[in-house]
Ligand binder design. Structure first.
Ligand code: FAD
Length: 428
């Protein structure tokens, strides 16, 4: 017998889609989740490879500021689903969390797989219909801008693994199709063109939390690619950060660089190069460094003087020489100045395929405050497919979860006028 409960179709089985499915299936809705890949949460599992950084424990003011131009948008979303809510959610699935020394929050299992397994089990217990190998193709007839809940059901076109298209009929749709980084994990951003055709304002994707290219000399690259430099001060385009960088054969990557990604991208849009300035000893001022260098024997090599006087790692000293090539570095004063400002010339960014996240997608102005697309009544969105950006540190998953929780609440409110409704149907 068909259910008389409103039917929700969710497309995209990453953390945003799964979270919305959990919240909606806990209410009086029939929920079906369609995922293009053969399994759910592939990028989530990848994110957990080096330790799944779920969220961050810093105070809410600092936390919200991480979202830069989208901070206002996130203020309300994080009030609805906070970092504490995220931790409670994980613990409710049986996976305790802990705060690392950097303030980042991880599941005690560190990896994502135990959490994902518990999550999928919970969805099954709550009656969510989980469908893999089902690719969303589009919406059949677009709802009029002024459509009200229950006016006419929405029809989704879905292609199954045998290449057969079928129609899913639902009272509301949540799309959680992800961004465009690491397309092998499923989020390939191909949906962007369909949205443009539907007249929904979208911005092209760009890589975020990605490495940047530097023309290293062969000898530097061969010797130091793969080396991490920790506790640096970083400046770009007037923005500052503290953190680490990883020297890569193509250039630089790592948390410190990601934190300045927005400023670097802006500079690269306007110029052929962006300048990243590194302070190799942010906890020592220039005078102190000069003083310590002055007591060194001048016949020692520069590296040796830097190591003995200020404990500078050989890779950092080599970076200083590489980026200050042609600069006079004979006096302690000149060397101290060089230590405090190593200019690294970035010539471009790594491609989307290798970025941790993407910026671009559905513009925030295209949705209302409950994440319903303004010109597609009944169609909601969540997660990385919306055009927002944040550095690594747990802000990406927190933003993803918070938007999913908000869209789920939006759907609930949207459908609250339906006292009863005919149940789900799909025709194949
Ligand atoms: C290497 C790496 C490490 C990361 N580490 C962290 C971390 O530690 N902490 C953190 O906060 N964030 C991290 N992230 C980012 C985090 O994984 C993402 O922000 C998050 O997965 C976004 O969730 P989402 O549900 O919006 O999109 P996704 O996880 O991308 O899920 C979207 C889903 O939609 C499916 N889909 C796409 N198109 C269709 C279609 N047409 N039909 C049906 N299904 C479709 C995709 O197959 C995919 O399963 C990391 C990312 C990477 C790549």
């Amino acid at each position: 017998m068909e259910s008389a409960r409103p039917r929700i179709a969710i497309v995209g089985g990453g953390p945003a889609g799964l979270m919305a499915a959990q919240r909606l299936s806990a209410k009086n809705f029939d929920v079906a989740l369609y995922e293009a890949k053969a399994s759910f949460g592939r990028k989530f599992l990848l994110a957990g490879r080096g330790g799944l950084n779920l969220t961050h424990s810093e105070d809410s003011k600092k936390f919200i500021a991480r979202y830069g131009p989208s901070a206002t948008f996130f203020q309300e979303k994080l009030a609805r689903f906070s970092p504490d809510d995220l931790r409670s959610w994980s613990e409710d699935l049986g996976i305790k969390t802990f705060v690392g020394s950097s303030g980042r929050v991880f599941p005690q299992t560190f990896k994502a797989s135990p959490l994902l397994r518990a999550w999928l089990r919970r969805l099954q217990e709550q009656g969510v219909v989980l469908q893999t190998d089902c690719r969303w193709q589009g919406i059949k007839s677009l709802p009029p801008r002024d459509a009200k809940p229950g006016d006419a059901p929405l029809e989704l076109r879905i292609l199954n693994r045998d290449g057969i298209e079928f129609t899913v009929i639902a009272d509301a749709i949540l799309l959680a199709l992800g961004g465009a980084s690491w397309p092998r994990m499923g989020s390939d951003g191909k949906w962007l063109q369909s949205f443009k055709q539907m007249g929904v304002p979208c911005t092209e994707f760009q890589p975020s939390n990605c490495g940047f290219n530097v023309s290293w000399s062969e000898s530097f690259k061969q010797r130091y690619a793969g080396t991490a430099l920790k506790n640096l001060g970083l400046t770009a385009g007037g923005a500052h950060a503290k953190g680490e960088i990883m020297i890569a054969d193509y250039g630089v990557e790592g948390g410190g660089v990601y934190a300045l990604g927005r400023a670097l991208r802006t500079e690269l849009r306007e110029n052929t190069q962006a300048r990243l300035v590194l302070d190799l000893k942010p906890d020592l001022d220039r005078d102190k460094i000069e003083q310590r260098l002055s007591s060194q024997r001048t016949k020692d090599s520069l590296s040796s003087r830097l190591r003995k006087s200020i404990k500078l790692a050989p890779a950092a000293a080599a970076l200083l020489r590489e980026c200050h090539a042609g600069t006079e570095l004979s006096s302690p004063e000149q060397v101290a100045a060089a230590v405090k400002a190593v200019p690294v010339a970035l010539t471009g960014s790594q491609p989307l395929e290798r970025a941790i996240s993407s910026v671009g997608g559905l513009e925030l102005d295209a949705v209302n405050h409950e994440l319903m697309i303004k010109n597609l009544p009944g169609v909601f969105v969540a997660g990385e497919m919306l055009d927002w950006d944040a550095p690594t540190g747990g802000y990406l998953l927190q933003g993803t979860f918070a938007t999913a929780a908000c869209a789920a609440e939006g759907i609930e409110n949207w459908l609250s006028v339906l006292s009863s409704h005919s149940g789900p149907t799909s025709s194949q």
